[in-house]
Design a protein around this ligand. Structure first.
Ligand SMILES: [Zn+2]
Ligand SMILES: [Zn+2]
Length: 376
């Protein structure tokens, strides 16, 4: 049901805001050197609402690329969205880093669609999710392309430059290995950095590639371990897009990051409030399928889903009854389950952390044990 719900959400966004010629748009532009002729065409960027995770579709003429595919349970929804968009082939698939909320849904998409090049950081991980991605690459007889900072790729009349990772070794912090790109179409520029955090941001600045852009996709779902002031000043975006789940347990976007976005005067768009966000560039002007967020609301660690449901009472219809069923956080590695408010939840690796709608009894039947700290 969760996935059906997402489909409905994705499609309602498409039908609600899909007519890109008649919607209400905010425009912005900046004078930057033109890299290639746009030939009178447009570039579309779709920031898909995949809950807590990332999935971005970029289309230029007959060319397309996908950056991340949402969590494991979102693969089919991403696939449906791509089909609805008439995608036949993906020129590039980028898995920014091995975390499940980024590469989880990629295997489904990579089996269903033909694709030319897959770019993944040089970071082999033996998690089930990542092995599934490696398996589809092998099954299709392809090889991984590793990102090299400074390399430039063509996407029709657009082009993108690899801006991260800059270093080979960031220890155990997978986020820092995120593949980052600067996408340019005519005069318009867009920066994507996956879940890169402070150290990776410093390295991107230090390598002296011009990072200035019209639009920045906020790193790490608007976490305050990223989106540092020096990096934001370097990119100096007119607009920032945050991809995060409504009431997520990580408290994304964090207040510190929101303050930074506000202090550089950026407009903020966010998938937890606005659903799927679509940006269209004609090479000079950028138009949006929705108005910027005005809430400036930061997330709450532990999540707000439950609190909001309590406030709203019980008559909120199917959509929220679905959400209300999400009761526990499970650790797929230790096989423990926790209350959402449990202090241990924050320490669970993103890769191993999942929501569960199951009852305590059902979880125990599946081999999960209650956490001794929060006694769910
Ligand atoms: Zn991550
Ligand atoms: Zn993430």
């Amino acid at each position: 049901m969760g996935f059906l719900l997402l489909l409905v959400l994705v499609f309602s966004q498409v039908t609600g805001c899909g007519n890109l010629l008649t919607g209400k748009f905010e425009s912005s532009s900046r004078a930057v050197q033109v890299s290639k002729d746009t030939n009178g065409e447009t570039l579309e960027i779709h920031f898909l609402d995949v809950g807590q995770g990332d999935a971005t579709l970029i289309k230029q003429g007959d060319h397309a690329m996908l950056i991340d595919g949402g969590n494991n349970d979102k693969g089919t929804a991403v696939q449906s969205y791509l089909q609805y968009q008439g995608i036949q082939n993906l020129d590039y698939v980028i898995g920014t880093h091995p975390d499940a909320d980024h590469v989880g849904g990629l295997d489904v998409v990579m089996y269903k669609f033909s694709w030319d090049t897959v770019i993944l950081p040089d970071l082999q991980k033996d998690t089930k999710t990542y092995q599934e991605v490696l398996k589809v690459i092998e099954d299709k007889g392809k090889k991984i392309t590793y990102p090299v900072a400074g390399d430039v790729y063509n996407l029709g009349n657009a082009e993108f430059t690899i801006i991260a990772p800059v270093k080979e070794d960031y220890g155990d912090n997978w986020n820092e290995y995120s593949v980052g790109i600067l996408l340019q179409f005519g005069e318009n520029r867009f920066v994507f950095t996956g879940d890169a955090e402070e150290e990776a941001e410093q390295d991107m600045i230090a390598q002296k590639i011009d990072l200035s852009a019209d639009v920045l996709k906020a790193a790490h779902h608007g976490s305050d371990t990223a989106n540092t002031m020096p990096f934001l000043e370097e990119v100096n975006p007119v607009s920032v897009v945050i991809s995060c789940g409504e009431g997520n347990s990580y408290g994304h976007p964090r207040a510190g990051a929101m303050n930074n976005f506000r202090s550089i005067g950026a407009k903020v768009y966010r998938t937890d409030e606005q659903g799927t966000i679509v940006v269209v560039s004609d090479g000079r002007e950028i138009t949006w399928n929705c108005s910027p967020s005005e809430s400036w609301k930061a997330g709450e660690p532990g999540g707000t889903q439950e609190k909001e449901l309590e406030k709203a009472g019980t008559d909120r219809g199917e959509t929220n009854r679905e959400t209300a069923k999400t009761e526990y956080i499970i650790n797929t590695n230790t096989k423990k389950f926790h209350e959402k408010s449990c202090g241990s939840v924050e320490q669970i690796q993103e890769e191993n952390r999942e929501y569960s709608n199951l009852t305590t009894q059902e979880l125990e039947e599946q081999g999960y044990e209650p956490c001794k700290r929060c006694n769910p």
